[in-house]
Design a protein around this ligand. Structure first.
Ligand SMILES: Nc1ncnc2c1ncn2[C@@H]1O[C@H](COP(=O)(O)OP(=O)(O)OP(=O)(O)O)[C@@H](O)[C@H]1O
Ligand SMILES: [Mg+2]
Length: 240
């Protein structure tokens, strides 16, 4: 028997607003992501990429349809079960970094686990290891306001890795990086995928992500179009 997909999305619809202001963002999206895949999700600005990613991650709810992540029906599961899935199995790298300014870098990385039963020492050791992996070992005690955009992005990645996720959802993870740092981040994602077996879905406008993605999916008119053709980047990409 084939293993169940890590992500299974069926007939998902989502709209925002009401009446004449209503925007239908997702129009019956179907998507399977298998264990060990590295998928790039592309499409014009406003096409619904972040909306779909948030729905997969259980941060937002569709109007209708089915969403299963790691065998859990995230729509039927209660808040507690959904939160547990997010904390234990899913890592998020947001389009906006969502770093907390009143915490230092290490505090931002370890916050997802601060409710788990672990000693501060263990948490910090794991947090420092995550920072080391993204090349920020020496920045643990800085505040987010004292970091460059690329460094903030790497803190956000370290935070996502902290819980050793099975599924990593990334929204424009290289959008704020110079091309050299962006390349490092992409290489790092490939390593996570190949060595650690992490399944990744990466929203991106960047062509070079396709060189590491095993599959490229484009969003268009509220649906997804599967493609392996990297030309979609040139055609479908909005401003980065
Ligand atoms: N909370 C919200 N309320 C109302 N409309 C929203 C909300 N969030 C998103 N939208 C609208 O839904 C559509 C899809 O937004 P989404 O953020 O998913 O696009 P995107 O593909 O991620 O775009 P980008 O590449 O610019 O990040 C847009 O038209 C957006 O204006
Ligand atoms: Mg977006």
């Amino acid at each position: 028997m084939a293993a169940a997909p890590v992500v299974r999305v069926r007939d998902v619809t989502k709209s925002y607003g009401v009446g004449s202001a209503k925007t239908q963002v997702l129009r019956g999206v179907n998507l399977d992501v298998e264990a060990g895949e590295l998928v790039a999700l592309v499409g014009q600005s406003g096409s619904g990429k972040s909306t779909l990613l948030n729905i997969i991650g259980g941060l937002d709810m569709p109007d209708a349809g089915e969403v299963e992540v790691l065998g859990i029906d995230t729509l039927k599961a209660g808040d507690g079960k959904r939160a547990k899935l997010r904390n234990q199995s899913i890592g998020f790298v947001f389009q906006a970094f969502n770093l907390l300014d009143h915490l230092n870098v290490l505090g931002n990385v370890t916050i997802p686990a601060s409710f788990a039963r672990q000693t501060k020492k263990d948490l910090e050791a794991r947090g420092r290891e995550a920072l080391r992996r993204v090349g920020l070992a020496d920045f643990a005690h800085r505040r987010p306001g004292e970091l460059s955009g690329g460094q903030k992005q790497r803190v956000a990645i370290a935070r996502a890795l902290f819980g050793a996720p099975t599924l990593l959802l990334c929204d424009e993870p290289t959008g704020n990086l110079d091309s050299e740092t962006g390349k490092e981040v992409i290489d790092f994602f490939r390593e996570l995928n190949e060595k650690d077996g992490v399944t990744l879905v990466i929203v991106t406008h960047e062509r070079r992500v396709s060189s590491v993605a095993k599959r490229v999916i484009a969003m268009r008119d509220g649906n997804i179009v599967e493609t392996t053709d990297s030309a979609i980047y040139a055609e479908g990409a909005g401003p980065a």
